[in-house]
Design a protein around this ligand. Structure first.
Ligand code: HEC
Length: 446
C-alpha cells in the first residue's frame, strides 16, 4: 500500500512536470535559475528575493538589499546567492522531497523564513558568479569588481585568488582543486587551488565571456559577440555552435540527458546533444527580450527560463516545439510608448520596474507608490526600508519628489537602497510628478 502510494505520488509529480509551467509571484525580472540535484527549482529576481518553488508554490528567501543576480546549489540543500548589494548569502534550506503532496507543504512553504539565510561576506561590486566545490568545502564567488574569493563553509578566513584582471562573469569547479573563471576581458582562466599562483589562460576569446557549462572533459562557454564554443581541458576546440545571435547569456548542462541548453539575447534557447555535438532543438522562448536564466528540471525533462518578465517559465523538453514563446518581454509598456504622455513614459521607463502603483503589498524591489503624496517617508507597512527612510522626517510631495530626482537619491536620501539616478530635465520631473499625482491616488481621494 505504502509503496503503491509513493509510486502514485511520484507518477503524479512526473505527470505534472511534463506540462508547460509558469512560476508566478516575483515582482521583477528573473535574473537566474538554479535547480538542485534533487530537482528543487530556485529563482533569483530583481525584486531582491529568491523564490524556492514546490510545484508552482513559492517560498521567499529575503535578505538581499538589491537585485539577486546569481544562484548556486551546493551539497545537502545548501543554496548560495549573490546580488547587486555586493553580498554573498548562504541559505540552508534543506530540500523538499518530490514525494510530498503539494497540499501538505503549501502552508509551510508560504511562510517567509528569513531566519535561514546568512551573509558570508561582500565584494566591492556586483556578485555575478558563484560555484560550490564538489565537497562543499568552499564556496567561490566572483564579482564585477574583478575579484574572486573562496569562502570556507566550515569557518575560517576567506581566501582571495590572484586577480583575474577583469570583471568575473562565471565560475565553475572542475574537480576539487581546479576553478574556471570567465571574464569580461574575454578569457577563460584556470586556477589551481593547491597553490597561490596566477591563473593559466585556457581560452582567449576576445569578447567578454558571460557564461560557462562544464561537462565530462569539456567546457562550453558563451560570449558577448554570440560565440558559443566547446573546448577540452587543454583549451582545444571540440565544437563551435556560434549562430547569428548575441549575446549568449546563460547555459546549463544536464548529465543524464546529455543536453546543453544555451540562452541568448534574442530570446532563443538552443539545446545541444553533447554526445554527438549536434543541435537537438532550437526554440524561441521569448517574443521579445533576452533569456537571462536557464536551468534543467529533474530528470532533464523540463527546461526553466526567465528574463524580463516577472514570471519564470518551464517547458517540457521533448515537446518544446509545440509551444508559442512564453516570455512576452512586454512588461514595461502596457501601451506603445508613443501613445503615452511624457510623465507616464518617464514612470514606465525609470520607476515601474521597482514600484507598483496599486494599493497593498507588492513583490517589487521598492515600496508601492500608491498614496505617496502626503505620505511620510518610510511608512508602507511591512516594507523593509533602509535606515535613512525608516523614521525619516520627509513627507512626499511634488516638491520633495522633485528634489529627490533633481539631486538623486544618493544625495537626497544618502544610504538609501534606491539606486542613484537623476532626472536632469525639470520638465521631465514635472511631467512625472503630474502623472504620479493621478496614478497614485487612493480610491477615496478620487
Ligand atoms: C531599481 C529599483 C528602483 C527604481 C528604478 C526606482 N526606485 Fe524608488 N525606491 C526603490 C527602493 C528599493 C526604495 C526604498 C528605499 C529605501 O528603503 O532606502 C525606493 C523608495 C522610493 C520612494 C520613497 C517611498 C517611501 O515610501 O518612502 C519614492 C518616493 C520613490 N522610490 C520614487 C521613485 C520614482 C518616482 C522612481 C522613478 C523615477 C523610482 N523611485 C525608481 C527602488 C527603486
Amino acid at each position: 500500500m505504502r509503496a503503491g502510494l509513493t509510486a502514485l505520488l511520484l507518477w503524479a509529480g512526473l505527470a505534472q512536470a511534463q506540462e508547460f509551467t509558469t512560476l508566478k509571484g516575483h515582482g521583477g525580472p528573473i535574473m537566474d535559475i538554479a535547480v538542485s540535484a534533487r530537482g528543487q527549482v530556485a529563482s533569483a529576481s530583481f525584486d531582491n528575493s529568491v523564490g524556492l518553488w514546490q510545484g508552482r508554490v513559492p517560498r521567499w528567501l529575503e535578505g538581499h538589499a538589491a537585485a539577486v543576480t546569481v544562484l548556486a546549489w551546493g551539497p545537502g540543500g545548501m543554496l548560495a546567492s549573490g546580488g547587486d548589494d555586493f553580498a554573498v548569502r548562504v541559505w540552508d534550506v534543506g530540500e523538499v522531497g518530490h514525494e510530498v503532496p503539494p497540499d501538505q507543504v503549501r502552508g509551510k512553504l508560504n511562510q517567509v523564513r528569513d531566519d535561514v539565510g546568512r551573509e558570508v561576506g561582500r565584494h566591492l561590486g556586483k556578485v555575478a558568479a558563484l560555484a560550490f566545490a564538489p565537497s562543499g568545502r568552499w564556496l567561490a564567488s566572483g564579482s564585477w569588481d574583478g575579484s574572486i574569493r573562496l569562502w570556507p563553509l566550515e569557518g575560517g578566513a576567506a581566501r582571495d585568488l590572484a586577480a583575474p584582471g577583469a570583471a568575473v562573469n562565471a565560475l565553475a569547479f572542475d574537480g576539487e582543486d581546479r576553478l574556471l573563471a570567465a571574464t569580461a576581458a574575454g578569457e577563460v582562466l584556470v586556477f589551481d587551488l593547491t597553490g597561490d599562483g596566477p591563473p593559466v589562460r585556457l581560452v582567449r576569446h576576445g569578447f567578454g565571456v558571460n557564461t560557462l557549462a562544464l561537462g565530462d572533459g569539456w567546457i562550453a562557454y558563451g560570449a558577448v559577440d554570440g560565440g558559443t564554443r566547446v573546448v577540452d581541458r587543454e583549451g582545444r576546440e571540440i565544437a563551435d555552435f556560434t549562430l547569428d545571435r548575441r549575446p549568449i547569456l546563460a547555459m546549463d548542462w544536464h548529465r543524464g540527458t546529455q543536453r546543453l541548453a544555451v540562452g541568448d539575447g534574442q530570446g532563443y534557447i538552443m539545446l545541444v546533444d553533447t554526445q554527438d555535438w549536434r543541435i537537438a532543438r532550437d526554440f524561441r522562448a521569448t517574443r521579445n527580450g533576452p533569456v537571462w536564466a536557464l536551468g534543467f528540471g529533474p530528470e532533464g525533462a523540463m527546461i526553466y527560463a526567465g528574463g524580463i518578465d516577472d514570471v519564470a517559465y518551464g517547458w517540457p523538453v521533448e515537446s518544446l516545439d509545440r509551444y508559442a514563446p512564453g516570455i512576452t518581454g512586454e512588461r514595461s509598456f502596457l501601451r506603445a510608448a508613443n501613445e503615452m504622455g511624457n510623465g507616464e513614459r518617464q514612470f514606465m521607463r525609470k520607476c515601474s520596474i521597482c514600484h507598483s502603483l496599486d494599493p497593498g503589498p507588492s513583490r517589487k524591489a521598492g515600496p508601492t507608490l500608491h498614496g505617496v503624496f502626503g505620505r511620510r517617508a518610510g511608512t508602507v507597512p511591512g516594507y523593509p526600508y533602509s535606515g535613512i527612510l525608516d523614521g525619516s522626517e520627509i513627507t512626499w510631495s511634488a516638491a520633495t519628489i522633485d528634489a529627490l530626482f533633481d539631486a538623486g537619491p544618493d544625495h537626497y536620501i544618502p544610504g538609501s537602497k534606491m539606486p542613484m539616478q537623476v532626472i536632469a530635465a525639470a520638465a521631465d520631473r514635472a511631467d512625472l510628478i503630474a502623472f504620479l499625482k493621478t496614478a497614485t491616488k487612493g480610491e477615496a481621494d478620487q
